[in-house]
Design a protein around this ligand. Structure first.
Ligand SMILES: NC(=[NH2+])NCCC[C@H](N)C(=O)O
Length: 479
């Protein structure tokens, strides 16, 4: 098994010339990048579903449980990202701990996570665009708003099926063109969008607070119906599984290590800081939302925020929030695409993918060829696959990466106990082991077809590895 040594990784990280990415991100940018990808489609749709079907007002507790579950993995990510500050995230960590084959598998899995993650948000974006336009009496034909697997009922009662989700494809293309122009430009754009997004959440909390009806909190944890996961404490747990999707994305910060000015200090701040900020916001958000309307009212609604706002005289707020959501989603897509091209970049630099994908643009210094290829790939998902499918694939792909990272920490602490670590995951081995267990439980709760898709994706990856990467690996030629 070929393993890339930590020393080699550090040497690579130290190179800074025209062939490498620019080190332009500070702690503040990194936290903003984390928040930028965390707050997205999930918060504005799943919170209501988790409350209505599983936890009631105790969805706040579901948020806390999910946050603790994520924190185990986040702590492991933080140790790695500070220790091995090259781009590539879990892929690179696996290269240093588990060897090249595992590194390939995890890199391939990350490519999936970020592609389907971006596609999920792009599709949700298209749905919100539809809602936004309808405020102004505009209606786009369903044929260009839906994937071929979905149907809509027309005003005359006829059933039409979709051809392509065109707005979802377009938003992916637009965002790609932004990131090709450079990371620091994208970071500025991201910071502005994140500020707007956080502002919307804060405005919702502050205005909504006055319209909380305490009766909606009675009982705070509705009695279990006798079925596991329908209210009661088991409902809180099931709710946590549902809102897990809302939290994911903080791991993307780890892919930016190569572009951080001071990764040893700032990577842990970026990863853990964004998780903490979002946890606080989510708990308050869930508290206010379930206080404004009764949890039962959120049943089957993809836009719970709109239901809550109807309880206030601020109808205009609904439109404003949807507008902000449209803008806010672009930063999730942006950061997903950014992270993904960095993983691709590292895999290509190591010789496991064709060299052209690690060439950086002479002027923008971004891996633009990787960006273009991935844009096409994600565009296909966004245009032709239904949202549930890509959403669940995102979760399973993310969870697999989390498991590998926790495992990596256990292994590296054994193998290289004395290597310098500027951030140490506390209570090893307890934290990584708990991380692995929580993630496995959540993976098991996902449906079988999602598992099949993951296995199929990994199988394709293995074929490519054995047919291409294994022979061309740079590490192989140097050893
Ligand atoms: N890389 C990813 N896992 N991206 C998906 C981020 C999902 C984000 N938490 C949301 O609620 O929309």
């Amino acid at each position: 098994m070929r393993i890339k040594s930590l020393d080699l990784l550090r040497q690579e990280a130290a190179v800074n010339d025209a062939t490498t990415l620019k080190r332009s991100l500070g702690a503040f940018n990194l936290v903003a990048i984390g928040i930028g990808v965390i707050i997205g489609a999930g918060l504005f749709s799943l919170t209501g579903i988790a409350a209505a079907n599983h936890a009631g007002p105790a969805v706040t507790l579901s948020f806390v449980v999910a946050a603790v579950g994520c924190a185990f993995s986040a702590l492991c990510y933080a140790e790695f990202a500070a220790m091995v500050p090259v781009s590539g995230s879990a892929y690179t960590y696996a290269y240093a701990t588990l060897g090249e084959l595992f590194a390939w598998i995890i890199g391939w899995d990350l490519v999936l996570e970020y592609s389907v993650g971006a596609a999920t948000v792009a599709i949700s974006w298209s749905q919100y665009l539809n809602r936004f336009l309808s405020y102004y009496g505009l209606h786009l034909p369903p044929q260009i708003m839906l994937s071929p697997f979905e149907t809509a009922t027309g005003t005359d009662g006829s059933i039409v099926s979709g051809y392509i989700n065109l707005p979802a494809v377009l938003i992916v293309v637009v965002v790609t063109s932004v990131i090709i122009r450079g990371t620091s430009g994208s970071a500025l754009f991201n910071a502005i969008v994140v500020a707007l997004k956080v502002l919307v959440v804060l405005v919702f909390i502050a205005l909504g607070w006055q319209y909380i009806d305490p009766a909606n909190y009675q009982p705070y944890i509705p009695a279990n119906t006798g079925v596991f996961g329908e209210y009661g404490w088991s409902g809180v747990l099931r709710g946590a599984g549902v809102v897990f999707f809302v939290f994911i994305g903080f791991d993307i910060v780890a892919t930016m290590a190569q572009e951080a000015k001071n990764p040893q200090r700032d990577m842990p701040i970026g990863i853990l800081g964004s998780l903490v900020v979002c946890t606080v916001l989510f708990v308050l958000f869930g508290y206010v939302m379930t206080g404004m309307a009764n949890y039962t009212e959120f049943k089957d609604s993809a836009a719970p925020v709109a239901i809550a706002i109807e309880k206030t005289p601020y109808r205009w707020l609904g439109q404003l929030i949807i507008g902000a959501i449209l803008i806010g989603y672009t930063s999730v897509i942006l950061v997903d695409l950014l992270g993904q091209s960095r993983v691709f970049f590292s895999m290509s630099r190591d010789g496991l993918l064709p060299r052209t994908f690690s060439e950086v643009h002479p002027r923008f210094r971004t891996p633009w060829k990787a960006n273009v290829l991935l844009c096409v790939f994600i565009g296909l998902f966004a245009g032709f696959v239904p949202i549930r499918v890509v959403g669940e694939m995102t979760s399973i792909g993310t969870l697999l990466a989390f498991v590998m990272v926790c495992l990596g920490i256990l292994i590296l602490r054994k193998k290289q106990p004395d290597a310098p670590r500027s951030f140490r995951t506390p209570w090893v081995p307890v934290v990584p082991i708990l991380g692995i267990i929580t993630c496995l439980i959540m993976m098991i709760s996902l449906p079988g077809d999602t598992w099949l898709r993951l296995v199929a994706w990994l199988a394709i990856g293995l074929v490519i590895y054995f047919a291409y990467g294994r022979k061309r690996s740079k590490l192989r030629s140097t050893q």
